[in-house]
Ligand binder design. Structure first.
Ligand code: FAD
Ligand code: NAP
Length: 347
């Protein structure tokens, strides 16, 4: 453990956008694969549970984490190859996601514009297959490299191996907390099309003739909409959407529509429908609701806010109240989007 600086009783409150009070027994920042492997080996020797942290924008942390927090700070963004149609861009897991978006826009590449301004790091992007405005990471994903936490072996995952789904991947399920992602390679396009399937985006760009639209202009519009709707975590702590939009069977949807003719939904497949969780929360009176320092944002019902800096446990209790209410009213299960940890690293 010569080269690594292990810190004790480390304050994680500034490192999570929900601003829950949280301290780690030990903390280390790793800047390359070798440091990561040293850190994981150290945790194994000391029999410490490990919690991997990127930008802390999609986690609910415990008050005390009785193990080693590994903060991934692997840097570097570079174009690794290209053909007539595409550029393959690789980024270190610790790079800020928005910096990668900006790199792609500087090269006039298509693919990341709708994903502008999503907080967090490159390494966390595959964990929930980040998505916004009709585009998900999997549409541009090529490969990632990772280190197995158990045996320290380095491995590579292609798109099929990641088992990407809506805000989901193998890394949130079968391989949850099994690997540390070190680098991600994206296959970005040199040409159109742009994805303007979301109405607010179409409206924001309506004054620009189609032939003058560029990824940069779409990105600017996405940023403007996001800044107008979403609370800035630096001012009002939050993790973005706290619940996923539930996907229900067509049969369930038809019965809901009978009771709630105004229900907002989008087709998910031939026999499944995606419900707007924000609509259900609003209908149930949760938008703008506040209770002892925690609540749901007034402008966006899906965003749980923590102005009182209450603990992760209190946040989860509040979220459970909401989940139970939505279950009772609509018979629909709301799944949490952020990953929650206990003091031993399990949720
Ligand atoms: P963290 O919160 O640090 O970690 C999240 C999970 O990933 C944890 O389980 C952690 O252990 C794991 N992890 C992190 N890095 C690694 C790694 N290198 N290897 C292995 N595991 C790792 N999400 C969207 O999909 N779309 C949005 O539009 C969106 N908007 C948001 C808006 C706001 C205001 C906020 C606060 C959040 C938003 N999010 C959105 C959620 C969040 O930004 C993303 O999920 C993001 O990818 C999380 O990145 P992070 O680095 O902060 O991850
Ligand atoms: P919005 O545009 O008000 O739309 C509300 C919901 O309807 C969204 O959740 C979106 O689903 C869905 N929707 C809207 N138009 C759709 C279409 N044409 N096809 C399919 N589904 C459609 O949403 P918003 O809250 O302002 O967010 C805008 C985008 O940013 C969304 O994609 C959202 O997921 C993303 N975002 C995500 C987070 C997060 O933390 N995960 C936080 C903020 C914003 P989807 O969510 O499935 O896209």
């Amino acid at each position: 453990m010569d080269t690594l600086k292990i810190l004790s009783d480390y304050d994680l409150q500034p490192l999570n956008t929900l601003a829950v009070p949280s301290r780690a027994k030990q903390f280390v920042r790793v800047t390359d694969e070798s440091e990561l492997e040293q850190a994981l080996a150290y945790a194994q020797r000391q029999q410490l549970p490990v919690l991997v942290l990127g930008g802390g924008s999609n986690v609910v942390l415990p008050e005390q984490f009785a193990g080693l927090v590994v903060h991934v700070a692997i840097a570097g963004i570079e174009t690794v190859s290209e053909d007539d149609e595409h550029m393959w861009v690789q980024a270190g897991a610790g790079e800020v996601w928005q910096d990668l978006v900006e790199y792609s826009l500087q090269q006039n590449l298509f693919g990341l514009e709708n994903l502008s301004l999503i907080p967090g790091t490159v390494g966390a992007a595959p964990i929930q297959n980040i998505g916004a405005y009709g585009v998900e990471l999997d549409s541009v994903f090529d490969t990632l490299t990772a280190v197995h936490r158990a045996n320290l072996e380095r491995c590579t995952f292609d798109k099929a191996g990641c088992e990407f789904h809506y805000r989901d991947s193998v890394f949130k399920n079968r391989l949850r907390d099994a690997l540390v992602i070190t680098r991600v390679t994206l296959k970005l396009r040199k040409r159109a099309p742009l994805n303007l399937s979301y109405v607010p985006l179409q409206e924001a760009l309506a004054s620009i003739p189609a032939q003058q639209l560029t990824p940069g202009k779409v990105s600017e519009a996405v940023i403007a909409i996001r800044q107008s709707k979403l609370p800035d975590p630096a001012r009002i702590p939050n993790t973005g959407s706290f619940f996923k939009n539930p996907i229900v069977s067509l049969e369930k949807f038809v019965s809901l529509q009978r009771d709630y003719p105004g229900i907002v939904s989008y087709p998910a497949s031939d026999d499944a429908v995606k419900l707007a969780a924000g609509w259900m929360l609003e209908k149930a009176g949760w938008r703008g609701h506040q209770a002892e320092g925690v609540g749901m944002h007034a402008r966006q019902a899906l965003v749980l806010v923590n102005p009182g800096h209450v603990s992760g446990e209190q946040v989860l209790d509040y979220a459970r109240r909401i989940q139970e209410d939505i279950q009772q009213r609509f018979g629909v299960t709301l799944e949490r989007e952020p990953v929650a940890y206990t003091n031993s690293g399990k949720s």
